[in-house]
Design a protein around this ligand. Structure first.
Ligand code: SF4
Length: 323
């Protein structure tokens, strides 16, 4: 089980950090992937923009290779049990546990004008997302590990208080848990404006790469470079075959290869990955009914699984159905 926020268009960081992993996991496990629009409300998005973003992110997930015949792909708010279990788990979570969450502190700095309670209880809703499907494996980036630890503690507490109900969710790390942005400073994110968009054209990618930071010691083409300190070279690590990467590293060290050419090579390898994704995304945008159908089927399957868990949870905590 894993989720992606509908905030802005997907970027290469989302693709490498999550989607590649999802595509692989669906081959081996029963998988639930959702667009977490309830989580997005903590940022108070414009309602129409939120609806657009939910569809665009769902399109990105499917175009990246998540197969709705293998995985359950759905929108979080289409399964009301997420909110219901979220509340039940909120009543089991000590304030002290939430106070330790570093992401809440970071978010409070990022959006000081809107430090809402949802930001504080955000990891509990994440716990509900996982627990509803009794997930055993949760693919997350390294910045979410603290939340997953809290989820484990909360579910163990539930099992202790009400009897064995939930498995212990294990972290599945992706091969690229942290992708640095084009500024070479922070994790790639739309909010920092340092992202390479997954749907961007070849020209847009190249324009962004041209402005991206490289080895700071390499001021002229004749300066010898150190690929290990260059962010562009780290991207080659994700997209360029190993043999060519070695040639690039040698060319950089000997100053035979200039940064402009190095970036053009990267753009070409990126385009080879992005072009088919863009094509599939365009086909889905042109057939909105197909997307509706996939999300409706996903929601229906997810609701059935979630309701089966909730019947047990309600029974265990003492909530009885209306007579
Ligand atoms: S040649 Fe490539 S790896 Fe070397 S500094 Fe320039 S962009 Fe970075």
């Amino acid at each position: 089980m894993s989720g992606v926020q509908p905030t802005g268009n997907l970027h290469i960081g989302n693709y490498l950090g999550a989607l590649v992993n999802w595509v692989e996991l669906q081959k081996h496990y029963e998988a639930f992937f959702c667009v977490v629009d309830l989580h997005a409300l903590t940022q108070r998005p414009d309602p129409a923009a939120l609806q657009r973003a939910v569809r665009e992110v769902a399109i990105g997930v499917l175009a990246s290779g998540v197969d709705p015949d293998k995985s359950t792909v759905f929108v979080q708010s289409h399964v009301p049990q997420h909110s219901e279990l979220g509340w039940i788990l909120t009543c089991l979570t000590p304030l002290g546990d939430l106070n330790r969450m570093t992401q809440f502190k970071d978010k409070s700095v990022q959006q000081p004008e809107n430090i809402n309670a949802g930001l504080f209880t955000y990891p509990i809703l994440q716990t509900a997302d996982i627990a509803l499907y009794r997930a055993e494996r949760v693919p997350v980036g390294e910045d979410q590990e603290q939340h997953l630890e809290l989820a484990r503690e909360t579910l163990r507490r539930f099992n202790f208080v009400y009897g064995e109900t939930f498995p212990d969710p294990q972290t599945v790390k992706s091969q690229a848990p942290r992708v640095i942005g084009l500024d070479g400073q922070a994790k790639m994110s739309k909010s920092k404006g340092n992202e390479l968009g997954l749907f961007e054209t070849d020209e847009e990618t190249l324009a962004k790469l041209r402005a991206a930071k490289t080895d700071p010691a390499r001021l002229r083409k004749s300066d010898k470079g150190t690929p290990e300190v260059c962010n562009i070279f780290s991207y080659h690590g994700f997209f360029t075959p190993a043999a060519q990467r070695e040639e690039i590293a040698a060319g950089c060290r000997s100053a035979q290869l200039g940064c402009v050419d190095c970036k053009k090579m990267l753009a070409a390898h990126l385009e080879a990955v992005k072009a088919p994704i863009r094509e599939r995304a365009t086909a889905l945008r042109e057939h909105p009914a197909r997307l509706d159908e996939i999300l409706a089927a996903g929601a229906s399957k997810a609701r059935a699984a979630a309701e089966s868990t909730m019947q047990l949870v309600r029974e265990r905590v003492g909530l009885r159905p209306a007579p």
